[in-house]
Ligand binder design. Structure first.
Ligand code: FPP
Length: 239
């Protein structure tokens, strides 16, 4: 089995999963968070090198105060716990998104975790928090334009590589496979630039139930598609 180098996941369906069990949405998020820990172990075991998860979008602030507060509490606990997880998995953790919107203590925990894990290379784990692809692109363009105005960047030298270096994902290879759980068939403003050539896999399984077996199914599907092109990348095939 050819294992993708980089898998991106839209973690969807925590709320519906909890509702189906007659439980509050917050219960779904707690289970979703626990599942994130398990899936990191599975990714490492399978040999996936990069994992990027969509945990909180720029749109998610519009949810009820109660739900947002619950998620913040979950992030606080998880970020603390993640130091131990990064050590166990030799996993480098980075947060993508505009973290300035979070309370200072959350921002500090993120920086601490990134600093603590910066030399690990077994698994590169990106967590998208207050992330939206359009917002990422606009923030990147703002910095790029400022560098041009300041004379640090020649506008004629701007190409795809230069542009990419201004994105939150600078230095991270593009995803090979994107998985969205829980049945919706949308990208929801996730990694729009980075997923130009990514294979998509949509499943009805809600995030809290997405386990190693489901992950292997997704990778097998990815392999079937890859074989159709004889493992040769799309651009080389001119299709
Ligand atoms: C989508 O389910 C999930 C979220 C908006 C939050 C994702 C958060 C986690 C998996 C937990 C914690 C993550 C970290 C990084 C600590 P939904 O609420 O949109 O479900 P629904 O579509 O059924 O309503």
């Amino acid at each position: 089995m050819n294992v993708p180098n980089h898998i991106a996941i839209i973690l969807d369906g925590n709320g519906r999963w909890a509702k189906a069990k007659g439980m509050p949405r917050s219960y779904g998020h707690v289970k979703g968070c626990a599942n994130l820990e398990t899936i990191c172990d599975d990714m490492k075991e399978l040999g996936v090198k990069y994992l990027t998860v969509y945990a909180f979008s720029t749109e998610n602030w519009k949810r009820s105060r109660e739900e947002v507060d619950g998620l913040m509490k979950l992030f606080r606990n998880y970020l603390k716990k993640c130091i131990r997880i990064s050590e166990k998995n030799k996993m480098r953790v980075k947060v993508i998104g505009d973290i300035r919107a979070f309370d200072q203590d959350i921002q500090d925990k993120i920086r601490e975790l990134e600093e603590f894990s910066k030399d690990y290379t077994e698994l590169h784990f990106q967590i998208a928090l207050n992330y939206g692809s359009r917002d990422e692109i606009v923030r990147g363009v703002r910095r790029l334009a400022q560098d041009a105005v300041d004379g640090k960047l020649d506008p004629q030298k701007i190409d795809e590589k230069v542009f990419e270096s201004y994105l939150d994902t600078a230095g991270i290879p593009d995803p090979d496979l994107m998985i969205r759980t829980s049945g919706e068939l949308r990208l929801s403003n996730y990694l729009l630039w980075q997923m130009a050539y990514t294979e998509f896999y949509f499943t009805e399984v809600p995030w809290p139930d997405f386990n190693k077996e489901e992950l292997i199914k997704a990778i097998e599907k990815y392999n079937e598609r890859d074989r159709r092109f004889g493992g040769v990348k799309e651009e080389k095939q001119n299709v």
